[in-house]
Each structure stands twice: as C-alpha cells, then as structure tokens.
Design a protein around this ligand. Structure first.
Ligand SMILES: Nc1ncnc2c1ncn2[C@@H]1O[C@H](COP(=O)(O)OP(=O)(O)OP(=O)(O)O)[C@@H](O)[C@H]1O
Length: 294
C-alpha cells in the first residue's frame, strides 16, 4: 500500500528527518505542510490536502498544533495525534486531571489563581516543592522552591511579569526520585521504547543535557503506560514516569514526542514502528490498496 502522508511542521528536526526518510524508503508520498506558510479555511480544505490519507502533527508550537489538528478533523482528514489528545497533553492541568481520573499514580498537585492562594498551596506541600508553567516543555521555567522567601519572590515575579498563562499557578509535590526519570514512547498504549534520563540536576530532561540509557518497561510500568495513554485518548505519546518508594508515578504525557534522544539510546527503530502504525491507521480509515509492480 502506498500512502499520501502529510507532515505538519514548522521546523524539520532530526525526529522529522527520521520519519521522512522511513516514509520515503517505503515509497509513500509525503506532503510537507509548513504551518507558517499555510492558511486554513474554515469551510474548505486547501487543494493540496485533498487526497491525504493521514496527517502527522509535528508542530513545535502548542498553539499551532491545537488549531491545525482541529482543521484537519473538520476537513475529515485523519490526523495523529487527535485534537483531543493534543488538547489534554498540551496543558499540565488537563494532563494531571486526566491521569488522576484514570487512577494513574501522579504527583500530588494543586492549582491556584492568585499569588496568595498559590503561597497557601506551596506552604501546604512544604519545602521543597515544584512550580511549573501550565504550558511548556523541555523543563523551561520550572522552579524548585526551597523556602517561603523563594516562593514569595517567584510568585511575585510571575504575577507581575508573566504572560497570563503564568498566572495559573501549578504547584506540585517534589518527588524524591533517584536522580533520574523515565520516558517511554508508546503507540496507543503499547510501549515502543524507553529510556532513563539521569542528571545531577533535579530536572532530568534530555533537552537539559541528561545522560540517557535504555529502559525496558516492567509489568508495572507497561500497565501504567497503557492506562496513561488511554487517559489522554491514545496515539503516539511520550509518557514520563518517576520512580518513588511506592512504585512509579506518571508526571506527564507528551503529544508531539521527540524521539531523537530515544533513538540514539535504544536498538529499536522508532521511526519504522511509527510508520507501521501510520500504515495501519490509514488502512483503518479506508486508504486504498495500490498495486505495487514487482
Ligand atoms: N514533581 C517533581 N518532582 C521532582 N522532579 C520533577 C518533578 N516534576 C518534574 N521533575 C523533573 O523535571 C523534569 C521536567 O518535568 P516536566 O516533564 O514536568 O517538564 P516539561 O517542561 O514538560 O518537560 P518535557 O518537555 O520533557 O515533558 C522531569 O523530567 C523530572 O526530571
């Protein structure tokens, strides 16, 4: 089967290059859609989109990802991940609520809308605790708060200088993890590959220079990955876990997951597994079989 696959992007990173070369190796046609150059009509899909079998959202900016996926769904073109999944994963509050509702262990979290109530939440947790922006990634603008003085200063800065999103205060218990956290990439809840990310810094993201190593999910991790994936509507996801004395806790599910660091850390060919899945998705959605001449 040959497909016409749309790749929605604003910057081609190594992750997208891996996907593109896998798609081309399998003779699929690729339509690269640069969201910065595209306009989206509310009534009618642009002609270039007419015969797309499936679109993969690889937008870097959350706002673009959230709107563009809505357009593809309105045009009746299958898009991964879905707008529902993007909507939950893009926002840490929605993410935490979904995990909690699904019974997935997740760090205790409180949300407050003023610096006074945020300080109350922080004091309830005690020190250290963590303050995160509700939208954002790569560990940016996260604060580990060690004292009331620090809390007051950070809250005042955010309330005075922050964008309105920073006036939603997302306060979380500090998880005493063993100097590392875990990223599992999963497709519809099935783990594809996993890695541990270790660092002396409390933020152990690969984007912050953590060292990576292979992680093979045990039964407990695999079960949580599946539940966490279901909780956000499934798709191609990066599920982040931390180890605690009582087992794993899932702190986040990411919807436009990067797999460059993972691909370097593991033997599995992540891009190839993703393309297998895209082929299945397109077939489910009625993509036509095309005879391939031997
Ligand atoms: N509550 C916590 N307690 C201890 N460490 C934490 C906590 N929350 C996050 N961390 C550390 O900070 C890192 C980044 O956290 P988080 O994933 O919430 O931020 P992010 O900006 O969304 O990052 P990413 O883009 O990797 O998803 C985690 O990988 C983990 O190492």
């Amino acid at each position: 089967m040959t497909l016409k696959v749309g790749i929605l992007y604003s910057r081609i990173r190594k992750d997208e290059k891996l996907l593109l070369s896998e798609l081309r190796e399998r003779d699929h046609e690729v339509e690269k859609i640069d969201v910065r150059k595209q306009t989206f009509d509310i009534g009618e899909a642009p002609e270039a989109f007419a015969d797309l079998d499936v679109v993969v959202d690889r937008c870097l900016a959350t706002s673009r990802s959230l709107y563009a996926t809505q357009f593809f769904e309105a045009y009746g073109i299958p898009v991964v991940n879905s707008n529902e999944t993007a909507d939950i994963c893009a926002d840490k509050v929605k993410n935490s609520l979904a995990l909690e509702k699904a019974g997935v262990p997740t760090p205790a979290t409180k949300v407050a809308f003023t610096k006074e109530t945020a300080l109350e939440a922080i004091e309830d947790f005690g020190y250290p605790c963590v303050l995160k922006p509700v939208v954002g990634s790569w560990g940016r603008l996260m604060a580990k708060i060690d004292s009331r003085d620090a809390a007051e200063a950070i809250l005042e800065h955010k309330a005075t200088l922050g964008h309105y999103e920073h006036k939603v205060f997302y306060v979380q218990e500090f998880v005493e993890k063993p100097g590392r956290d875990i990223r599992v990439v999963a497709i519809d809840g099935e783990p594809v590959a996993g890695m541990v990310r270790s660092s002396d810094h409390w933020i152990t993201n690969a984007a912050k220079g953590a060292e990576t190593d292979v992680f093979e999910p045990d039964d407990e991790a695999a079960e949580l990955v599946e539940k966490a994936s279901d909780a956000v509507g499934g798709g191609l996801l990066g599920i982040d876990l931390m180890e605690t004395a009582d087992g794993y806790t899932v702190h986040e599910v990411n919807h436009t997951v990067e797999f460059k660091a993972l691909n370097d850390a593991v033997e599995t060919d992540v891009a190839s597994t993703v393309v297998d899945w895209l082929e299945e998705k397109a077939a489910e959605n009625g993509a036509e079989e095309v005879e391939v001449t031997p």
